[in-house]
Design a protein around this ligand. Structure first.
Ligand SMILES: *Cc1c(COP(=O)(O)O)cnc(C)c1O
Length: 362
């Protein structure tokens, strides 16, 4: 069988480190001396519990997560947490502050509105979410049960350069598309959560990191599988967890540790982003769509002079083994997602192709 790998710029599910895929392949028929694949194991077995525990320990190590925080491996995606967050937290004043910085942030605040009162402190919706909105602390509600942000807006390619100061109000962050890509001080947050399929591993796993004092306040209607306190007490195994996705995420985390951890990969990610934005800024053919002060290092969005050329770009790039560059359906244009597993060689290949395409279509 011939094998040709492409550079996959998909936003999620997205490219994985080749070493990880090779290890998973080696372990496909037999994991260790078990005589079976991980996906064939009971989640209650000693062998599987060891895989689970090592994955949690590696994540704690990579993000320097203290024992003041619970780490949960759940299902239902980031979208499930849009509901779980208010159900678990909106039980004090029954209100929460939200920043409307993109499609997913908007979806989260609409969902939260089913469970309590949502205060939208800032929005960039009217400007097609091209930037992170300015935050005016005088609009923050000091009695809010939490303050909600999306640290990286996957569809629009924007990122918070600074975190808001929310005082005693717990900061809740959707980090689905930039967790493990840059250093964050976990202690600044009440809750960090992420669907794994962008920068952690395959789809099916949702990571929730929650400060322990925020457990145990859930609404009585909260389904057991969405109640963080119950899930914590059950070691994320009230029911069958996404066993294989957790194993794969664990392999990716160990790979990241081998690269030098989050501190080291952040430097590489900055270099990758610089290379790509540099090419965009140097050209008058391409137009980056995110405002410079809000640029994402993970999702780089841009356009050519016309939607027709955008489509041609995506098609021609694929011929050169640069795939999944089409922008999200709500915004169009082009988007290159350059998560941890995208090597700088892939970004360089894209930049080289961009120059060639510009020359041919100017
Ligand atoms: C992809 C994404 C989501 C939705 O994730 P699902 O796991 O599909 O529910 C939510 N928020 C952000 C920032 C995302 O990138």
């Amino acid at each position: 069988m011939t094998m040709k790998r492409v550079y996959n710029f998909a936003p999620g599910p997205s490219t994985m480190p080749q070493e990880v895929l090779e290890q998973a392949a080696r372990e496909m028929l037999c994991y260790g001396d078990t005589g079976m694949n991980v996906m064939e194991m009971s989640h209650r077995s000693k062998q599987y519990q060891a895989i689970f525990d090592e994955t949690e320990a590696t994540l704690r190590d990579l993000m320097h997560i203290s024992q003041d925080y619970a780490v949960l491996f759940l299902q239902g995606g980031a979208t499930g947490q849009f509901a779980a967050i208010p159900m678990n937290l909106m039980t004090g004043s029954g209100t929460a502050d939200y920043v409307d910085s993109g499609n997913f942030a908007h979806g989260a605040l609409v969902e939260a509105g089913k469970y309590g009162k949502v205060n939208v402190v800032a929005s960039s919706k009217d400007d097609k979410y091209a930037y992170i909105p300015e935050l005016d602390a005088s609009k923050f509600n000091p009695d809010a049960d939490y303050f909600y942000i999306t640290t990286n807006n996957t569809i629009y390619g924007t990122r918070y350069a600074r975190l808001p100061e929310t005082g005693k109000v717990p900061l809740v962050a959707d980090m689905s598309s930039n967790i493990l890509s840059e250093v964050y001080d976990v202690n600044r947050f009440g809750v960090i959560y992420a669907g794994a399929q962008k920068n952690v591993g395959p789809a099916g796993l949702t990571i929730v990191i929650v400060r322990r004092d925020l457990l145990g306040h859930a609404m009585p209607i909260t389904p057991k599988i969405m109640d963080w306190k119950i899930m914590d007490e059950k070691g994320s195994m009230l029911n069958t967890p996404p066993t294989y996705a957790i194993y794969m995420a664990g392999l990716c985390m160990k790979w990241l540790k081998k690269q030098g951890g989050v501190e080291a990969i952040e430097k590489v990610n900055i270099e990758k982003a610089k290379l790509l934005y540099g090419a965009l800024d140097d050209s008058d053919f391409y137009r980056p769509t995110a405002r410079p002060d809000s640029r994402s290092r993970m999702n780089v969005t841009f356009t050519t002079p016309s939607p027709e050329l955008d489509a041609e770009f995506v098609k021609a790039a694929a011929v050169h083994d640069l795939v999944n560059l089409k922008g999200h359906r709500v915004v169009g244009g082009i988007r290159a997602s350059i998560y941890n597993a995208m090597p700088i060689e892939g970004v360089q290949a894209l930049v080289d192709f961009m120059k060639k395409f510009e020359l041919e279509n100017k």
